[in-house]
Design a protein around this ligand. Structure first.
Ligand code: ATP
Length: 135
């Protein structure tokens, strides 16, 4: 069993999709081990997205992620990292995510793609430590 970190980004919270997204997590069989609605400090956002610091969309990404409350959480289960990324769908909600995934069903633009999930064991460990230092 493994753990992954997830975010429901400000667009997902603002659009009232928290219940729908959590429902999909639970139906998949992933276990919620932490979940918290919170505002994102600039510093946390910058650390979370440090690997994108040189990308042209970095500034937009930081202002978006700090624009309103997010739901941050930790999931546990067999292949939790891959399972959550499967539920989320590809980064671009139209070109990559397929119908049946969260992004494929509810997203239109890459910047507003509703959710985040760790992409490896290393990033899961790093992100869990950043967002849930007491876990
Ligand atoms: P996440 O890390 O949020 O799960 P991802 O791993 O699918 O997303 P990354 O390539 O790591 O995608 O990009 C991180 C986030 O940056 C994306 O989820 C998206 O919100 C934003 N992003 C990526 N590419 C673009 C782009 N071309 N224009 C605007 N925003 C982008």
């Amino acid at each position: 069993t493994s753990r992954t970190f997830f975010l429901i980004k400000p667009d997902g919270v603002q659009r009232g999709l928290v219940g729908t997204i959590v429902d999909r997590i639970e139906r998949k069989g992933l276990k919620l081990v932490a979940m918290d609605l919170r505002n994102v400090p600039e510093e946390t956002a910058a650390q979370h997205y440090a690997e994108h610091a040189e990308r042209p969309f970095y500034g937009d990404l930081l202002s978006f992620i700090t624009s309103g409350p997010v739901v941050a959480g930790v999931l546990e289960g067999p292949r939790a990292i891959e399972a959550w990324r499967q539920l989320a769908g590809g980064t671009d909600p139209v070109e990559k995510a397929t119908p049946g995934t969260i992004r494929g069903d509810f997203g239109l633009e890459t910047q507003f793609n509703l959710v985040h999930g760790s992409d490896s064991e290393e990033s899961a460990a790093r992100e869990i430590a950043l967002w849930f230092p007491n876990l």
